[in-house]
Every structure is written in structure tokens, then in C-alpha cells.
Design a binder for this molecule. Structure first.
Ligand SMILES: Cc1cc2nc3c(=O)[nH]c(=O)nc-3n(C[C@H](O)[C@H](O)[C@H](O)COP(=O)(O)OP(=O)(O)OC[C@H]3O[C@@H](n4cnc5c(N)ncnc54)[C@H](O)[C@@H]3O)c2cc1C
Length: 404
């Protein structure tokens, strides 16, 4: 087995989290080795919009150019559909931090741009190659790496798990993986042929079904459809593009989709929050979905991973005692995750959930908005982020207008 020189940091996983973290640390002069198992990224129907609070993190990190290279587009606001027509839009600015917009991007294009950028900043990149395990020895960790034709080991001061929600790194910290119950299915497909004179997230939200679509480049749109398991079975949608579009067309003016062409795979996935019980251990730390993934329906995953990169890179470059840096990062990450997970759970309890309890919560929520339009900051979560919010019982009751 070949042995590589030691690095400051070895990163397992070159998705958006791993690659941007690698580039940011390498740019700061830290020795980084990034390992990604895929030779080429493909459309896996993943997150393709980042909320204004995530864009604020992008700007603070100085990585907006990576989004530009990937052909990202600015999305100015959110429009609900009523009676198949768009209602008055909500514009992110001026509520958002520095009046920033949301960004739409094609996930595989951003992954490719980010991993190329990491290499340009000075990170060593191995691809396709996989971290198969790690060993500990005093001050250092050793990563075992399998590439196409050889096995090697690399020593590092810190190993960063950025291998996504199904990766092995959740065990490397000494913890394990936990999940909320699966509550609905989210399906998506990439299409061409929708004209966006002004770019919005368009959304139709009904009991049993939530449907939204947004531009991800100048000529592509991502359409998502969240269904209860019952609706998914009833509609027999499976992987039929025609049935998927017929369902989407029921909710919005049909001429909007008249010219639509399928531009990527169509798939449905069970959705829930899933997280690591321990975010850091001796010489190991987790970021992005490896640390904790959010229910994709609410769309905060990529914003949260940008926060991870910013907080962890700030800590590691300013605190020489790295175990202390990891401790602070892990504590802050947990607080943010708890807020975003609470929001996910509260939202899906109203829609796509159906039944009397969901109806009661929706009514209470509308009452709460009448009394306090900002809902104590929860309604500004997409534009201003989770700071200052608390995932406690008092917040839950405020969110639902005191409905218990
Ligand atoms: C259907 C769906 C819709 C979503 N919509 C949104 C949205 O609109 N907005 C939003 O913000 N978020 C959304 N998300 C969430 C978002 O996609 C994720 O938060 C984000 O992709 C996480 O990125 P990551 O880099 O942490 O993990 P991943 O994207 O999972 O990347 C992990 C990487 O690690 C590599 N890897 C795994 N194991 C190893 C190993 N052992 N060695 C080396 N490499 C390894 C993988 O190949 C992969 O490239 C959505 C998610 C889903 C599933």
C-alpha cells in the first residue's frame, strides 16, 4: 500500500460542501487533500436553489464566482398560484441581507465548477477515489483511500467528512445516524422550454400536494412535486414524465408548460431530516449533509452547508487549538440545525400533510400571521437565516397561533 505525504486536512467527498470547503482552506494556505468517488457528476435530482441567507454566506466566503462559472441565475422572489394564476409576488429584497436575491443553479454544473475551483486554489484532488476508512494514531489520523488501481493511506491533522447523508463518516466521529420518520415523497425533473421574463420560485401548495418550480440556468427549470405516499400511489406517477406534467399542469395555467421538454431524469424520494449524533470527534469533523441533512422540501440544505463552510473555516484559521475550534463549530452547527429541522417539521405538518390536525395547524398559523406578520422572524427565515430563532415550545406555539 502506497503512503502519501501528510496534509493538514483530508476531505472525504467533493460535493458542493467538500469542494468549496477545500478551496476556501487551500486559499488560506492550508494543505488540503480532497477525495471524490465520482469520476463525473450527473443529475441526481438534488438541491438547485440557494436562499438569500445562503447567498449572504456565499458572499462572505468570496465564492460567488464559482456560481457564476456554473451558469447560476438570480431569482428575485416567490409567487404563489391561486386559481391557476400567479398572485402578487413576494420579493426577497429589501428584507434579505444586503438585499441579496436567491440563486438557481444546476447541481452537477456547480459540483464540477466547485471541484475545479478547489484545485485552482491549491487543493490536491483525487478523483475517482474513495475514502474507505480512517485510523487514529496519537495526534494524527490516517485515511485509507481506494482509487481505480491502487490503495493508499494519507496522514492528516484533521479529517473532514463531506460524504453526504448516506456516507460512512457519521460513524468516524464515534456517533451514529438518526432520522425523522419519512413523511412524504419529493419528486423532481429538469426541463427546458419555460420562458422566465422575470425569475421567481413559483409555488402551489395544497393539502396532499406541494408543487414548485424555478429557473436553474438561462434555459433550464427544475420542477419539484411533494406528495403524500397516498397521493403518490393514487396518481400512479412512478417515472412517467407525461403523468408528472399532467399533475403539475392541473395547478398552474397550462400555457406555461406548453413547450416543456424533459432535460433530465425523473425520480421520487422519501424525505425527512437525517443527522449525525456527533458532529466532531478527535481529529474528525462533519459538514454539509454528512453532518445533518434537512427535509429537501423546505430547500435550506445548500444554505446551511455554506454556513458550515464559513463557520468552520473561520474557526480553523483563527483558533490554533483545533479541538477547541471543532467544539465551537459543532455547538453552533447543532443550534442552527435544530432551528431548521423544527421549521421543516412544522411546515410539513401543515402541507403536504392532510387531515383534521393539518387543517387545524394551518388555521392557527394563518391566525398567527395576522397577529404578527413576521412571526417572530420565522417568516424571514429564507431571506435572513436562522440567527436569533429558537427551536423551542414557545416558538412552536407562536408559529401555530397558540394551537397545541
Ligand atoms: C430531491 C432533493 C431536492 C433538494 N432541493 C434543495 C433545494 O432546492 N435547495 C437546497 O438548498 N437544498 C436542496 N436539497 C439538499 C441539497 O441537495 C443538499 O443539502 C446538498 O446537495 C448537500 O451537499 P453535500 O456536498 O453536503 O453532499 P452530497 O451532495 O451528497 O455530496 C457528497 C459527495 O461525497 C462523495 N462521496 C460519498 N462517499 C464518499 C467517500 N467515501 N469517499 C469519497 N467521496 C465520497 C459523493 O460522490 C458526493 O459527491 C435537496 C435535496 C434533495 C434530495
Amino acid at each position: 500500500m502506497k503512503s502519501q505525504d501528510a496534509y493538514d486536512i483530508v476531505i472525504a467527498g467533493g460535493g458542493i460542501a467538500g469542494s468549496l470547503f477545500a478551496g476556501v482552506m487551500a486559499r488560506a494556505g492550508v494543505g488540503v487533500f480532497l477525495i471524490e468517488k465520482e469520476a463525473r457528476f450527473r443529475d441526481r435530482i438534488r438541491g438547485e436553489s440557494i436562499f438569500p441567507w445562503g447567498v449572504a454566506e456565499v458572499m462572505r466566503l468570496g465564492v460567488r464566482e464559482v456560481f457564476d462559472r456554473a451558469g447560476a441565475v438570480e431569482i428575485v422572489g416567490l409567487r404563489s398560484f391561486e386559481d391557476r394564476q400567479p398572485a402578487d409576488p413576494y420579493y426577497w429584497a429589501p428584507d434579505s441581507i444586503d438585499s441579496l436575491p436567491m440563486l438557481g443553479f444546476e447541481h452537477p454544473r456547480l459540483q464540477e465548477a466547485a471541484i475545479a475551483w478547489a484545485a485552482e486554489q491549491g487543493a490536491t484532488v483525487a478523483r475517482p477515489a474513495k475514502v474507505t476508512d480512517i485510523d487514529r494514531d496519537g495526534q494524527h489520523q490516517t485515511a485509507r483511500i481506494q482509487s481505480r488501481d491502487e490503495q493508499m493511506t494519507t496522514r492528516a491533522r484533521l479529517i473532514v467528512g463531506a460524504d453526504g447523508k448516506t456516507g460512512a463518516s457519521r460513524r468516524w466521529t464515534g456517533g451514529s445516524s438518526r432520522s425523522d420518520p419519512k413523511h412524504h415523497l419529493l419528486g423532481g425533473v429538469l426541463v427546458g422550454g419555460i420562458d422566465w421574463p422575470e425569475r421567481f420560485v413559483d409555488m402551489v401548495s395544497n393539502p396532499g400536494r406541494v408543487n414548485y418550480w424555478f429557473p436553474v440556468s438561462t434555459d433550464r427549470t427544475r420542477i419539484f412535486l411533494a406528495l403524500t405516499p397516498e397521493q403518490h400511489a393514487e396518481t400512479a406517477i412512478a417515472s412517467s414524465f407525461e403523468r408528472f406534467m399532467a399533475l403539475v399542469g392541473e395547478e398552474a395555467s397550462a400555457d406555461r408548460f406548453a413547450m416543456v421538454e424533459q432535460a433530465g431524469p425523473l425520480g421520487f424520494f422519501p424525505n425527512q431530516c437525517t443527522w449525525a449524533t456527533q458532529l466532531a470527534g478527535p481529529g474528525v469533523v462533519l459538514i454539509g449533509d454528512a453532518a445533518g441533512s434537512l427535509d429537501p422540501t423546505q430547500g435550506h440544505g445548500t444554505s446551511h452547508l455554506m454556513r458550515d463552510i464559513r463557520v468552520l473555516s473561520d474557526m480553523l484559521t483563527t483558533e490554533s487549538h483545533w479541538p477547541r475550534a471543532l467544539e465551537i463549530y459543532a455547538r453552533q452547527r447543532q443550534e442552527t440545525y435544530d432551528v431548521l429541522r423544527a421549521f421543516d417539521r412544522w411546515m410539513v405538518a401543515m402541507r403536504p400533510a392532510t387531515g383534521d390536525e393539518a387543517a387545524r395547524l394551518r388555521e392557527g398559523h394563518l391566525r398567527a400571521i395576522d397577529a404578527d406578520p413576521a412571526l417572530g422572524g420565522w417568516r424571514m427565515l429564507s431571506s435572513r437565516g436562522p440567527d436569533g430563532l429558537r427551536a423551542d415550545e414557545a416558538s412552536r406555539r407562536h408559529f401555530f397561533g397558540d394551537a397545541r
